[in-house]
Design a protein. Structure first.
Length: 238
């Protein structure tokens, strides 16, 4: 029987009822890094509760990139999505979300690094309303770089006579993949709202389509898109 993962809205009373061994995620629904964490939780078929983000000091509500999420596992509090992702992978090993080959793992981690250091800052600049056309061109360039990272849907990278497989039938989704659906959804929504001509390359579009075929991604993005559309409406339409 397949065990389904699902979130539970968690209050202080609910935390007391469920006990201290339940995973609790503190986040805002529109967060890129929160969506990344939820995808990992669902992929690993973990049950978790949704904590009240107002309980976490320093929350930046509605901003797509903040210091959220925070994951609580018993007495351990883990902040920042990369640390959370690595903790979940090391603690709940099945199904694995990293390749067995050390070289492939290094390439897979490049995806995480590019998201955090290049794409999310670009999304934050778009959301903050920084200079339009020039920023749009810069984001398009970053998406072009991402296309080179994920070309051929990320299944094989060749070097000389050797091939390096990042994904397989047993590991179709990598830790490093999990933030991109939300990040790219934000880029497209902000591009439309601000009238920018940001181009999503075909390789990136194929990569995103591939990811959304995975249930954990599709389920998470359904609610994330609602939250980001609400944010866009409040900022640009109201």
């Amino acid at each position: 029987m397949t065990r389904l993962a699902y979130p539970i809205r968690c209050t202080v009373a609910a935390q007391s009822k469920w006990g201290s061994n339940m995973l609790i995620l503190y986040d805002v629904p529109s967060s890129i890094h929160g969506a990344k964490t939820r995808i990992i939780l669902r992929r690993k078929r973990l049950d978790w509760s949704e904590g009240d983000s107002a309980d976490i000091q320093g929350e930046a509500a509605g901003v797509p990139s903040s210091f959220m999420p925070v994951l609580v596992d018993d007495a351990l509090e883990v902040r920042q999505s990369r640390a959370i992702a690595e903790y979940l992978e090391e603690t709940y090993r099945s199904p694995s979300m990293l390749p067995d080959d050390r070289r492939a793992r290094a390439k897979a981690r490049e995806l995480s690094d590019f998201l955090d250091t290049r794409l999310v800052p670009a999304v934050s600049a778009l959301a903050a309303g920084h200079a339009g056309a020039q920023l749009g061109d810069a984001v398009t360039a970053e998406l072009g770089t991402l296309a080179a990272l994920v070309d051929r849907r990320g299944y094989k990278r060749r070097g000389g006579d050797r091939s390096l497989s990042l994904r397989s039938t047993s590991i179709p989704l990598l830790l490093g993949d999990c933030g991109y659906p939300a990040a790219c959804a934000w880029i497209e929504a902000l591009s439309e709202a601000r009238g920018l001509a940001i181009v999503v390359p075909g390789a990136v579009r194929a990569y995103l389509d591939m990811l959304e075929e995975i249930d954990a991604v599709a389920q998470t993005m359904a609610s994330c898109r609602v939250a980001l559309r609400d944010w866009i409406t409040e900022q640009y339409v109201s």
